[in-house]
Design a protein around this ligand. Sequence first.
Ligand SMILES: O=C(O)c1cc(=O)[nH]c(=O)n1[C@@H]1O[C@H](COP(=O)(O)O)[C@@H](O)[C@H]1O
Length: 268
Amino acid sequence: MNKKQLVAAIQSTQSFLCVGLDTDISKLPAHLQNHPDGVFEFNKAIIDATKDHCVSYKINTAFYEAMGLKGWEVMERTLHYIPDTHFTIADAKRGDIGNTSAQYARTFFETLPFDAVTVAPYMGEDSVRPFLEYENKVAIVLGLTSNKGAADFELQQTGSEKLYEKVLRTVSSWGTSDNLMFVVGATQAAELANIRNIIPDHFLLVPGVGAQGGSLKDVSAYGMNNDCGLLVNASRAVIYAGSGEDYATKAQQAAAEYQQEMALYLKK
Ligand SMILES: O=C(O)c1cc(=O)[nH]c(=O)n1[C@@H]1O[C@H](COP(=O)(O)O)[C@@H](O)[C@H]1O
């Protein structure tokens, strides 16, 4: 799925919700704990329940890598279960010397046909470039993250600007708003107006609403552009909205609540 199709999906669904499939085996509802394919059954039910309320799914690879061989297989089946009307993100936060990044790009764009992968910019242009060489694929580069540690480097002043501002300005010159997006944490809404001055056209992947306390209202007020330009991710707040046998219904309700609020902001 490309940017144009994503914008059309946001318009028709009236949602810019990305559901995060951070499926933690220890948090599965009791009746799935001993199921031989519990993680996939859980993901399948969550996708069925939420697909009408969201436009994207983000699979955080850590939760699957932690399961070993079986985890990769579950991740692949989950990816193929997501309808192709939805934008798929591998949240893998990769980035290495050029030839290694090329293998990461192959992993997440060819072997596993995701639409996008999250990328760390620390190693510079040659580490990001291989992800930009694919048509209709997107590198989502970490800009200003949602965590406390964002203060350690990203928010530090480097000469006339903060480090994350330098990252946005420099990385955006390596590609286009078609093949690049940036991560900005919902907990960083105060910086969004400034971020929009630097990158007015790029989509932002915004994690940090729900469990991390970020405000959807503030993110929408300061982060939206003419294309919407936002994919707001919620993982735990949706997939663990319930913990019993009705977990999928509870997830649907949580996703529908986000979607209803998003529809209001899209109309503004
Ligand atoms: O790249 C990310 O997705 C990401 C960046 C960031 O700054 N903060 C952040 O929380 N994330 C991811 O977004 C998801 C947030 O999960 P919840 O806090 O449960 O909604 C997790 O998969 C995180 O790894």
